[in-house]
Each structure stands twice: as structure tokens, then as C-alpha cells.
Design a protein around this ligand. Structure first.
Ligand SMILES: Cc1ncc(COP(=O)(O)O)c(C=O)c1O
Length: 382
């Protein structure tokens, strides 16, 4: 075994009908925002997730932005968000002139800590009429955005039992969790509107892309309207509200259709990768794994380990052409979010950030490459 070859973290895997469907778009000229692949891709994603409607968008961030907007989030609102997430979740809130209100992470699941959330809602908020407010400054809390971090999920029954006591719309950031289920129900179907992402490192990819899913016909129509510049007339440039040019183009949706055909096999491969890493790395140095609840079946999107020897391991792997990445920097450490309200006891996000690293998990990684990764991890810290 040698590792002369670079082993990537999470590559797109174009193994099916991508060329054929893209060629079809090019041959017919249907490359832009209208076309049969867009509609087909939307329906395939919605069907897979068990939702009625899918609305394709240029990326997951745009899908989140529109989902929040349609959930009624307004300027100066707060939106409750885990501190440990990718920056796009927070940005989508900021685009509406609202601010993230950050909750620390659960030490084992790495999702939003539900004990903290419960305590925060019961002690620091008040309901007036049909709205929820943060007592300290009187600002409205417009929504809560659980993020299914690394394709994992928190206890969604408990989440619902906490949140349903308050007038608090939920918008799931399910961008990483296509294929994950809780008690057999798919990520993305626990809120009236939710967003998936199909950027280059996701379980399926359209290069860049996203889909909003919903069961509500009126919301679906409005989401489609807003993502297509709110054009209200077929034959005139009449736009009836401020819309967005957020529609996914047909040529990318064509890739998406081909990728959706492969999704079941990708999920299977991700599970093999998870099983392999868990078997090989259990008991190696102080390595720990992200915990999963028995009711959760994850899509295994990006395998991430935890070790106090994070830096030494990262340096060794990257020096050996095995691309590994630290977790995202928590939102409270970024300049534009450092002054956000941050609910915590001890800062667990910081500990997770300083101890976790993601390791190669592409669906097209070979068994030999997997063996090289674990061999080098053992060489570095075993
Ligand atoms: C947690 C999370 N939220 C939002 C996004 C945004 O998705 P996109 O990159 O498609 O805009 C991503 C993916 O990058 C993500 O991982």
C-alpha cells in the first residue's frame, strides 16, 4: 500500500447518467432555469424525503433564506441557531436583517443542546399574544433553526415537545442530511419548510444547488414565485414583490436527476465507510466518535473523529496527502457573529472545534484508500 495519491475529503461522484442528461440539455438548448430536469429533480428530492413539494434553488443558502422569509422572520428578529454550524446557516438569517441567537452544542451528538434550549426558553423568553420575545432586550424570536450537523439528528420528539410549547416556527437546516431518518421519518420533514444542499461535498452534488421541501401547497407556490424573481405574468415583465434570482438551472438539475438515481447506493457506501472506520479506530489512542441516538439512522455524510491530539493528527494526515479538516469554527468566534447572544454553561462548541476532525469519506473512496487513512491515523497517534 502506498499513499502517493492525494486522498480527498468528500468528492462528487459522477458515476451514472450525468453526462447523458447534461448532453441532452446542451443538445436541446434547455440549459437555463426552465426545463424538465428542474421539475423532475425537485420531485425526486421531495419523494425521497417523503415531502409533497420540492423547490429547486441555486444553493442551500438560498433555500434557507427563502425558507426563513416564508416562515415570517423579519428584520431585528432573533433566530435560534446552534453555535456549531457552517456559516451559511447564520448568514441566511442575517440576509433578512435578523440575528442568530446561538445555543451551545450537545457534547455527544454535537447538535444543538436540548437541555440548554429548554432552560433558555423557559427562563429567558416570554410569550406576548402569539409571539415570543427575548426578555433581556424585548426583541422578537422569529424562528428556530435546528441544523442536522454531519447528517446526524438530535432527539426530534424531545425537540418538538420543547418547541411546541411556544409560538416558534421551525426551519430545518437539513443541508447535510438527505437520507437521514429519525424513527423512519426523513430529515427535512420535521418543519413546514426545510432546505437541502447539493454543493460539491454533499452526499449528492449538482456542483451547486439546493432544494426547499414542504408539504404545504401555498408555501411551495410562494417559494417558487420568490425564487424566480416573483414574476407574476407569463407574457409581461410584471413582478408583484421583491423576488430573487435563485432558481436552479436545468443543466445542473440534469446532474441532480442522475445523482438522485445513485443516492441509495451512495448511502450504502457511506455506511460501509462508517463501519470500516468505527471497526478500525475503536480503541485507537483517545479517539471518540459522534454519538447517534438509537432512533436516528444517519446518512453517514462526513466521518468525523474526536481526539485531544487533533493538531498532531491533522498535521500528519495532511502531510501524507490525506485531506482532513477541523470542524467549522463556531459562530461566536467569527467577527460578524462574535457579539451574538450565546447561550452556554461551559463552551462545548469550542472543545468540539479543538478536538474534532473530519476524515476522507467520498463515496468513491476505495477500500485501499480507507486502509491507508486508518494506517496513517494509527501511525500518527496510535
Ligand atoms: C450546515 C450547512 N448549512 C448550510 C449550507 C449551505 O449550503 P450551500 O453551500 O449549498 O449554500 C451548508 C453547506 O455548505 C451546510 O453544511
Amino acid at each position: 500500500m502506498s499513499n502517493d495519491k492525494f486522498i480527498a475529503l468528500s468528492l462528487p461522484n459522477m458515476a451514472g447518467n450525468e453526462w447523458k442528461y447534461v448532453k441532452d440539455c446542451l443538445d436541446t438548448g434547455w440549459i437555463s432555469s426552465v426545463g424538465s430536469y428542474v421539475t423532475k429533480f425537485e420531485q425526486m428530492v421531495a419523494d425521497f424525503a417523503g415531502a409533497k413539494y420540492g423547490i429547486a434553488a441555486v444553493n442551500g443558502t438560498a433555500a434557507l433564506h427563502i425558507s426563513l422569509l416564508l416562515s415570517g422572520v423579519k428584520q431585528h428578529d432573533y433566530v435560534i441557531l446552534p453555535n456549531l454550524t457552517f456559516v451559511a446557516s447564520a448568514n441566511s438569517i442575517k440576509y433578512l436583517g435578523a440575528d442568530p441567537l446561538l445555543i451551545d452544542a450537545d457534547p455527544l451528538l454535537w447538535q444543538m443542546d436540548l437541555d440548554l434550549l429548554e432552560e433558555f426558553l423557559s427562563t429567558q423568553t416570554e410569550v406576548k399574544g402569539k409571539e415570543l420575545f427575548y426578555k433581556k432586550d424585548g426583541r422578537r424570536i422569529g424562528a428556530i433553526m435546528p441544523v442536522h450537523i454531519l447528517g446526524n439528528m438530535c432527539d426530534m420528539d424531545r425537540f418538538a415537545s420543547i418547541v411546541n410549547q411556544y409560538p416558534l416556527p421551525v426551519v430545518e437546516d437539513a443541508t447535510e442530511a438527505l437520507g437521514t431518518t429519525y424513527k423512519g421519518k426523513s430529515a427535512g420533514t420535521f418543519s413546514p419548510l426545510a432546505a437541502f444542499s447539493f454543493n460539491g461535498n454533499k452526499i449528492i452534488s449538482t456542483g451547486g444547488g439546493g432544494v426547499i421541501v414542504t408539504d404545504d401547497e401555498a408555501l411551495a407556490k410562494h417559494a417558487k414565485h420568490l425564487t424566480t424573481t416573483a414574476k407574476a405574468s407569463a407574457d409581461e415583465y410584471y413582478h408583484d414583490e421583491v423576488g430573487y434570482n435563485y432558481r436552479l438551472v436545468n443543466v445542473l438539475a440534469a446532474i441532480g436527476v442522475a445523482q438522485m438515481e445513485l443516492l441509495p447506493s451512495f448511502i450504502e457506501r457511506k455506511k460501509q465507510i462508517v463501519d470500516f472506520y468505527k471497526k478500525e479506530l475503536t480503541g485507537v489512542a483517545d479517539i471518540r466518535f459522534q454519538q447517534e441516538l438509537p432512533d436516528v439512522n444517519t446518512n453517514g455524510w462526513l466521518f468525523t473523529i474526536q481526539t485531544d491530539k487533533q493538531k498532531a493528527l491533522l498535521d500528519h494526515l495532511n502531510a501524507n496527502k490525506i485531506l482532513s479538516r477541523r470542524f467549522w469554527m463556531p459562530m461566536n468566534k467569527l467577527p460578524m457573529y462574535k457579539d451574538c447572544v450565546y447561550i452556554r454553561h461551559i463552551d462545548r462548541s469550542d472543545y468540539i472545534y479543538n478536538t474534532c476532525l473530519s476524515i476522507p469519506s467520498s463515496t468513491n473512496i476505495t477500500d485501499e484508500e480507507l486502509a491507508i487513512v486508518t494506517r496513517e491515523i494509527k501511525a500518527a497517534i496510535g
